[in-house]
Design a protein around this ligand. Structure first.
Ligand code: CMC
Length: 393
């Protein structure tokens, strides 16, 4: 292979050095800046995790307060941006809308496009973390024909997002602390995952010096695919299709059939060859949310747990080390909270924005950073002569 290695899908190529997230796929371990995901999901909150990912350390009380002030300061979007939504069809997938709107942020916040100024990089990070909930709630409101709700800075990050999504101007909206807390956990679990496809996309886009909003839009576009962030939507659709536990064997057989492209959505992972530590927390959270909402014996949850049990005792899944991943249970929680399936991947994008921007900032600040430029193995035609159109056979 000449002087470079052929590594399709980058299964054995490290593209960067990073101090942000550590995964041990064989042991099922995930650490943000050295802290385990289980402990953060249990004891921390999403804004604190954002601070940790961006800055490397947990904030002191004063630092946390200052950070929250900055985030709430930036929650509104430019009024003009609301016009941007109106150019889309109302039945557009919210991911299509969000990708376009986030890409357009660079047209509104010119100051934050100066990537050589560390202060502006920080402002861009805060703007993105603050504005994503607003933009995503607006995409939802637009899709159902309801008015946009302005952010409320007296609410915390997740409460405000639930308010902007489910509140209406004519009625007071009571945010359930249990649901806000569950959402906060989902966001913590999705906040970063080292060099996955969308994060690598953000880094590659950023390596050319592109502005941070354009880079995050690139990440959103990549996340949309069903093998990546789109899996949460696909997993729930699959559970709904299966419907009842008696139909599980039929789907397991399809997943095992070499001639059938069907895969169990929410199963398997490039890096985890053990139980995804995020799926464990997610299963527990699903239980809590369903209890809080008084949904007992939710058929989808029953199908999911039974499917997990059957798959994990089947030699095909055992030998290939296929376990439930983060997206296997997240859809059940989001559906129970009232989110339509098309909003699942936008919620993933909301949470992952901090990871993307932390990775982007780390890259820009790294003096060894170069433009990303993979090589290829050319397998096309060798040199040949041009034939005029009339002489082609
Ligand atoms: N159902 C059935 N078989 C599977 C599955 C599955 N979900 N996942 C992998 N396999 C098989 C696959 O057919 C292959 O078999 P063989 O070696 O006989 O050809 C083997 O397992 C290895 O699969 P691979 O595609 O080479 O593995 P990969 O590391 O390239 O793919 C994956 C990882 C996540 C794309 C894949 O497991 C998958 O498509 N899963 C379903 C989609 C999904 O849940 N994605 C969410 C990932 S977690 C959240 C995120 O990162 O966004």
């Amino acid at each position: 292979t000449g002087h470079f290695t052929y590594d399709p899908g980058f299964t054995s190529t490290a593209s960067c050095e990073s101090k942000i997230t550590y995964i041990d796929g064989d042991e099922g371990v995930l650490l943000y800046r050295g802290y385990s995901i289980d402990e953060l999901a249990d004891k921390s909150d999403f804004p604190e995790v954002c601070y940790l990912l961006l800055n490397g350390e947990l904030p002191t009380g004063a630092q946390k307060e200052k950070f929250l002030r900055s985030i709430t300061y930036h929650t509104m979007v430019h009024e003009q941006l609301s016009m941007f939504f109106r150019g889309f069809r109302r039945d557009a997938h919210p991911m299509a809308v969000i990708c376009g709107v986030v890409g357009a942020l660079s047209a509104f916040y010119h100051d934050s496009t100066d990537i050589n100024d560390p202060h502006q990089r920080l402002v861009a990070s805060h703007r993105l973390i603050a504005k994503m909930p607003t933009i995503i709630a607006m995409a939802y409101k637009y899709s159902i024909g309801q008015p946009f709700m302005y952010p409320r800075n007296d609410l915390d990050y997740c409460e405000n997002f639930l308010y902007m999504t489910f509140g209406v101007p004519c009625e007071p909206y009571k945010v359930s602390p249990i649901l806000a807390n569950a959402l906060d956990k989902i966001f913590i679990l999705h906040a970063d995952h080292e060099q996955n496809a969308s994060t690598s996309t953000v880094r590659l886009a950023g390596s050319s010096g592109a502005n941070p909003f354009a880079c995050i839009a690139a990440g959103i576009a990549c996340l949309w695919g069903p093998a990546h962030g789109g899996a949460n939507e696909a997993a729930l659709n699959m559970l709904q299709q299966i419907g009842t536990p008696d139909r599980i064997p039929e789907y397991i057989a399809k997943a095992k059939d070499k001639n059938d492209p069907f895969r169990l959505m929410g199963f398997g992972h490039r890096v985890y060859k053990n139980y995804d530590p995020r799926a464990k927390v997610m299963q527990q959270t699903a239980r809590e949310v369903l209890d809080e909402l008084g949904v007992h014996n939710d058929p989808l949850f029953q199908v999911a747990m039974e499917l997990e049990k059957i798959a994990l005792s089947d030699p095909y899944f055992v030998e290939k080390k296929l376990y439930p991943n983060v997206d296997f249970y997240s859809g059940i929680i989001l559906k129970a909270m009232g989110f339509p399936t098309t909003m699942f991947t936008p919620l993933f994008a909301l949470a992952r924005t901090v990871g993307w921007i932390a990775q982007w900032s780390e890259m820009i600040a790294d003096p060894s950073q170069k433009i990303g430029r993979p090589r290829q193995l050319y397998t096309g035609a060798t040199r040949r002569n041009y034939t005029p159109v009339g002489e082609r056979g």
